[in-house]
Design a protein around this ligand. Structure first.
Ligand SMILES: *Cc1c(COP(=O)(O)O)cnc(C)c1O
Length: 473
């Protein structure tokens, strides 16, 4: 009785349950605790032995929804400010459901011309949105980390070619170490990508002129000169996760041009500064990059998993990832685009659908307004922090990140880290607003990031209110 064929004629019943759960869930999302620890006990109801006879679709889905809507982290609500976590716009969420409904294979044109074409259109719109030239190649990835793998694999291919080696075919043996240079703003995922690519995560060298990690251009230039013309990779960071600080992309592009280096830009969320005339100067120069990483599941507000990789030379992704040599696959000179030859995945989800839906729904204007609402809320929070005698702004607010700490008068400096760590733990346990702590310039700090489409100034204000309330306990 358990064979799914028995649900052939009622296949939409489970979807009905999800749709019915959606209305009350989304209506109450703004008011829920971000995470309610009293519901963690529900997780046990997921357990039990593998059923011999299944429950049937509706019962299984009903259980999943009952547990998930209560014990899940409501991070797509307006007050998850920890890390950099976006939500899901109404159109993006519906686009994501459509992705599951249609279940397209997004790897080969032959499998789904529809998924392939949506991806091509969505990539074109994203380039337009960010001011990346239309001539760039690109591919959607599950995340920024995988976009780094994609862009840096392209860099590695270019670099090995300069040494006369086809690294896709021959591997790295016999080659020197690939020089990778960045500032102290570099994100851990860049090192992880180098680790995956066999370049080694510890080979990345940083050049900083201060403890905030800001780039030391002269020292980086000296290191490039010392390479004596050997090809190198520069990683520029647009939007650092603790401070919202960025490297001067144009200066790094100049360095890359002078030394014939590859420029890779990490714009995971910071690339959205290109959308507002108030912050566009931060992103200036990305159009000169050889490869660019960005995320969809952060400031674009599409559901997990969503990232993008763009490369200046549209041929290079095919060289780095294509030509698998399987007889049943199309060859590289297939006139159709086969996205599984342009990135690390083979079979892949049609992850362009929610991107297409949300860009079609809200357009350039809508996204600019949303980004500017976040910029306003972040600078408002920064101003509130500056005005409070018991909080200290630790870095200037440049985009959607506000870096600050609790610093009540009279508490000695060497007690502040413990005090902030304890406050961070209390905040997460409270659950109304999520913002944990991090370390910045040797200090334990809060670094809330405001990128969720539901977030308003009032949500940012609530963070300080709740922190004050917790310090009084
Ligand atoms: C989040 C982030 C990443 C990694 O992104 P994932 O989507 O989690 O893989 C890389 N760089 C920066 C600056 C980020 O904020």
């Amino acid at each position: 009785m358990s064979d799914p064929i028995h649900e052939h004629d009622t296949a939409a019943a489970g979807l009905d349950l999800v749709a019915k759960a959606a209305e009350p869930y989304l209506r109450t999302l703004d008011d829920r605790l971000v995470h309610d620890r009293t519901r963690d006990a529900l997780l046990r109801e997921l357990e039990g032995p593998l059923p011999e006879k299944g429950d049937g679709g509706p019962a299984a889905v009903e259980r999943l929804l009952r547990i998930g809507t209560e014990a899940g982290t409501h991070s797509s609500g307006p007050r998850f400010f920890h890390f950099v976590v976006g939500g899901s716009t109404p159109a993006a969420m519906a686009g994501d459901w459509a992705t599951s409904l249609l279940d397209q294979g997004g790897g080969l044109w032959l499998v789904s011309p529809f998924a392939t074409h949506v991806e091509t259109v969505a990539l074109g719109w994203l380039k337009d949105l960010f001011g990346i030239p239309a001539s760039f190649g690109g591919v959607l990835t599950p995340s920024a980390t995988l976009a780094h793998v994609t862009g840096l694999a392209a860099a590695r291919h270019w670099w090995a070619e300069r040494h006369g080696v086809d690294v896709a075919a021959q591997g790295l043996a016999g080659l020197p170490q690939m020089p990778v240079l960045s500032s102290g703003l570099v994100h851990a995922s860049t090192r992880k990508a180098l680790q995956i690519l066999g370049c080694g995560r510890d080979t990345l060298r940083t050049f900083s002129r201060d403890d905030a990690g800001r780039v030391d251009l002269a020292a980086m230039e000296a290191a490039l000169t010392a390479l004596g013309g050997a090809p190198a990779v520069i990683v520029a960071n647009l939007g650092e996760v603790n401070s919202g600080d960025s490297d001067p992309i144009n200066d790094l592009a100049d360095l890359a041009a002078r030394h014939g280096a590859w420029l890779h830009v990490d714009g995971a969320f910071g690339i959205f500064t290109a959308l507002s005339p108030r912050t566009a100067h931060l992103a200036r120069g990305i159009e000169r990059a050889n490869s660019i990483t960005a995320d969809g599941h952060k400031w674009l507000n599409v559901p997990y998993e969503s990232g993008f990789s763009f490369v200046q030379d549209p041929e290079i992704l095919g060289k780095a990832f294509g030509a698998w040599g399987a007889a049943y696959l199309p060859s590289m000179d297939d006139e159709r685009i086969n996205y599984n030859m342009l990135g690390p995945e083979s079979s892949r989800r049609a992850r362009a659908l929610p991107i297409w839906a949300t860009l079609r729904a809200y357009g350039r204007e809508g996204y600019r307004e949303m980004v500017e609402r976040h910029l306003d809320a972040a600078s408002h929070l920064g101003a509130l922090v500056e005005r409070s005698p018991d909080f200290e702004l630790v870095a200037p607010v440049q985009m959607s990140v506000v870096c600050f700490r609790y610093r009540p008068p009279g508490v000695p400096e060497d007690r502040l880290d413990d005090l902030n760590s304890a406050l961070g733990a209390a905040l997460l346990a409270d659950g109304r607003v999520y913002a944990g702590t991090s370390t910045y310039r040797g200090m334990t700090v809060f670094r809330p990031t405001l990128v969720n489409w539901r977030t308003t100034r009032a949500d940012a204000e609530l963070l300080l209110d709740v922190l004050r309330e917790l310090t009084l306990r």
